[in-house]
Design a protein around this ligand. Sequence first.
Ligand SMILES: [Zn+2]
Length: 291
Amino acid sequence: MLRRIAVICLCLIFLFILDTRTSAQNDPDWTTPLSPFHIAGNLYYVGSKGLANYLVVTPEGNILINSDLEANVPLIQDSIEKLGFHFKDTKILLISHAHWDHDAGSAKIKELTGAKYMVMDGDVPVVESGGKADFQYGNRSELLYRPAKVDRVLHDGDEVKLGGAVLVAHLTPGHTKGCTTWTMKATEAGKTYDVVIVGSPNVNPGYKLVNNSAYPEIAQDYERMFRVLESLPCDIFLGAHGVYFNMEEKYSHLKLGAVSPFVDPAGYRKFVAGKEQEFRSELAKQEHTPS
Ligand SMILES: [Zn+2]
């Protein structure tokens, strides 16, 4: 009997380890290359199939959003060069939020380009510790990465300016403490569009919204994030992952000659409302489950 219990326990431990490992495993789409493309005005997509990177091109150099996994850095470089720009002209590096799939390549990009790394205050300890200070994943060795020094600490509402381009950093916390939604204007064919690049509204598997000692204000932060996202004017809807805004489908329209498939204010509102619904049902579930 004891042996049987021991075997069952070992099996359960094994399954638990397997589950926590696979749930954090990298999606193969993350490192699948995608042809870079023009979005609008001075804004370009230079990411992979699963991880979004944006390049804002200015006469004084370029701004890159997200560094992804270190393995993505050559892909990003390739995409920038394919568009006819120079990777070495990257003057400023920004991120959507301090998770390895958006920031693990930052040290490498800083090394290769000398770009100034600008990060929202709440995410600074995480990027500078290579993920160790993350409230959820800090003790997961397989998710840690090379730390990168932050050159400018950003606060909610700060502007990042270069060569006439202005990006506004909106604190949209919850997913990480410094999760950032970027907005900018892009002018195309005489029309100016409001661009929103969503940081992340997702409640990841295992996130504790109730009695979270590592992040006590997490639920209020999610609430705040949804209010901010609802308040932002949006014509061009983008985000940290292409799946947020149905990039694959819009990209196929672009290849068929559509001028601006990324102009999707209704899609943006629908996305935000759907994610808020997901958050509310997860919160209700956790509030009714004794922990
Ligand atoms: Zn994330």
